[in-house]
Design a protein around this ligand. Sequence first.
Ligand code: AMP
Length: 223
Amino acid sequence: MRILLIGPPGAGKGTQAVRLAAYLSIQHISTGDLFREHIDRGTDLGQNAHTHIHAGLLVPDEVTIGVIKERLARPDTERGFLLDGFPRNLAQAQALDGILADSESRLDAVLDLEIPEVQVVRRIAGRRLCRQHREHIFHVDYSAPEVAGVCDFCGGELYQREDDREATVRKRLEVYRTETAPVVDHYQALVTTISAHGQVQEVLDRALDAIGQGQADAAGTSS
Ligand code: AMP
């Protein structure tokens, strides 16, 4: 199965993407995570990406499309993938269409996570990530770890993403409205809009319903 997960910052894309991909046994591919890995490794690409991420802007298309092209060429994507955070504008959507056409494959579904903007800043301000495993995501209010500042899964230290500060979040929202929202129209025929409101499991159940996979049981969704 090949799925796109679209939604504004703070909609819980990363949280849902990890669970959906695990449930469906497909690769979770997050361009944000790929960039953060480059930043941690101190590569030239990472330094370039960091400048844009820090400002709440999109990383240039030629860089982003190159990263995704390389990732989708790996054999582990043959069973399917869930793209989290790509495409983020029309040029990237067209590039993805070309990559898929070249491999004679196509998308099965596009999930559009919806959240009122007023909730975004609060949700993002409380987000905490694990330093050991970025896919271990918590929220101080909605999904708190048992011990503050410590990952429930691996004991890693939890931290706040640098671009989760309020001024950057507002810029990211503006970029989402102008650049990413049109991607939803581009994929109109494949799109299901899902409310991001509520508990993590409720949103996951909505997403699975939307792709015809029924209700997830708790055992199948732990990350
Ligand atoms: P995310 O983890 O998806 O919120 O991404 C974090 C940041 O990485 C974004 O705010 C952008 O600066 C950058 N980024 C992630 N995905 C893309 C993309 N598809 N195109 C351009 N920039 C991206």
